[in-house]
Design a protein around this ligand. Structure first.
Ligand SMILES: Cc1cc2nc3c(=O)[nH]c(=O)nc-3n(C[C@H](O)[C@H](O)[C@H](O)COP(=O)(O)OP(=O)(O)OC[C@H]3O[C@@H](n4cnc5c(N)ncnc54)[C@H](O)[C@@H]3O)c2cc1C
Length: 398
């Protein structure tokens, strides 16, 4: 006989305890809106998964203004620019001077640790090691989902609203019927080979390098740990890359007449990161709403993924707050259209940065030269620099 599910009642049932799900849960609880977060991985695994690292000022404010632990201010590293490097020459862009804005380097796993600590501090209901396997009745006013906990007990969450915050392979997204959904996607013929190394900073600012050998990004994590990436084949095997081979590949991509060289050290993490641009439209169906990577993914070149997830949270939180305080579903009904406006701006920016900075291995020589012409245009024009600076540091939240 099938196991009877234990019923849990709440206002908002959130699937996924990544940054998007936890941030939404935190804001809802602050407004007195009961919610529950179901996360399939354990706390330690997520805390040790290295992903995003660049926060727009608005994402930082969402953390600090809402009372999440202020470590982002004490441990985050504020950056006022980037360096675009091509033809072996550096072209610094000063964001503060161009658009009076900065970004903060603060690793996504630290954001997760802070948000999870805030939920625990405020007695939030966040359940790790629990996988949602069924979603029911989203077209009614009592949507539900089922999950099984680590002991094998089956639960059924009855909510007023369900939120899919379950990342790029979203289970929630897959439950939307074909008749209501439209997917937009681009796959790229390259990926990023990412490393973490125990080494001093090679440069005070992030370096985005276009070279005949391919793209490289030199970024920082702290005074002693650095994050670097180089463009590679999507099927690259990290075990084929010795430390010497990695350093020589990275160095040839940033080399130039100025003699610039990377500061090296032991490499303790190697990953290949696939590239995809993806948008699901609409970002809602019935009483189910998608936020963050569940609804859209961007290639990491523009550093927009986590920031976009937080921007969705802001729009959806305000709509839910209005729904539960006034009973009006007007803002909820407008969530998808409003969030998608920013999503498409970020998709455009991420695609633009990616195509300008990367040269596919079999690229037409004309296209490689054209990309250099574009970099020259952007860096030699104040308007070009301002466009990049404004998009990189983030447009105002809706
Ligand atoms: C290497 C790398 C570098 C990046 N760099 C940047 C950057 O510099 N700046 C930036 O803004 N973005 C960056 N991103 C993107 C950023 O990491 C994502 O956009 C961000 O994680 C989105 O947050 P999320 O909460 O929507 O999704 P996730 O962080 O993916 O969280 C979703 C959660 O849902 C859980 N889940 C999934 N299915 C279920 C289920 N059925 N039941 C229960 N739980 C479930 C997952 O375990 C996961 O914890 C990067 C990504 C990668 C991979």
């Amino acid at each position: 006989m099938a196991q009877a599910a234990r019923i849990l009642k709440t206002k908002v049932g959130i699937i996924g305890g990544g940054p998007a799900g936890l941030m939404l849960s935190h804001l809802l609880s602050k407004s007195g809106i009961e919610n529950i977060v179901i996360e399939m991985r354990d706390h330690e695994t997520i805390s040790n998964t290295h992903r995003a690292g660049i926060l727009e000022a608005q994402a930082v404010s969402m953390l600090t203004d809402s009372g999440v632990e202020g470590r982002v201010l004490t441990h985050g590293d504020e950056h006022a620019g980037i360096d675009l490097r091509f033809n072996g020459e550096s072209h610094p862009l000063d964001f503060r001077e161009l658009v009076d804005a900065t970004v903060t380097l603060y690793a996504q796993n630290e954001v997760f640790v802070d948000l999870a600590a805030a939920r625990a501090r405020d007695n939030g209901d966040v359940r790790f090691n629990c996988e949602v396997t069924e979603i029911l009745d989203v077209e009614t006013s009592t949507p539900k989902f089922r999950f099984t906990d680590a002991e094998g007990t089956l639960f059924e969450v009855h909510a007023d609203v369900i939120v899919g915050a379950d990342g790029s392979r979203s289970f929630a997204r897959r439950q939307m019927p074909d008749s209501v959904k439209q997917d937009f996607k681009v796959t790229y013929p390259f990926a990023w080979f990412g490393i973490l190394t125990e080494a001093p900073k090679s440069s005070p600012e992030l370096i985005y390098a276009n070279s005949p050998h391919g793209f490289a990004l030199i970024s920082q994590r702290s005074e002693t740990v650095q994050r670097m990436y180089f463009q590679c084949d999507p099927n690259e095997n990290v075990d084929d890359w010795s430390e010497d081979r990695i350093w020589s590949e990275l160095n040839q991509r940033v080399a130039g007449p100025d003699g610039f060289e990377l500061k090296t050290g032991p490499i303790f993490d190697k990953t290949v990161l696939g590239f995809r641009s993806f948008v699901r439209q609409p970002l809602s169906h019935g009483r189910m709403f998608l936020i963050g990577d569940a609804g859209h993914t961007v290639p990491p070149t523009g550093a927009k993924g986590l920031n976009l997830a937080f921007a969705d949270v802001k729009v959806l939180f305000e709509a839910l707050d209005s729904f539960f305080s006034t009973g009006s579903g007007k803002l909820l009904g407008g969530y998808s259209d409003l969030a998608l406006k920013r999503v498409w701006k970020a998709q455009n920016f991420s695609y633009w940065m990616t195509s300008m900075l990367h040269t596919p291995v079999d690229a037409d020589p004309f296209m490689a030269q054209r990309a250099l012409g574009e970099l020259e245009t952007v860096t030699s024009s104040r308007y070009g620099q301002q466009y990049l600076a404004e998009s990189y540091t983030g447009w105002p939240h809706s």
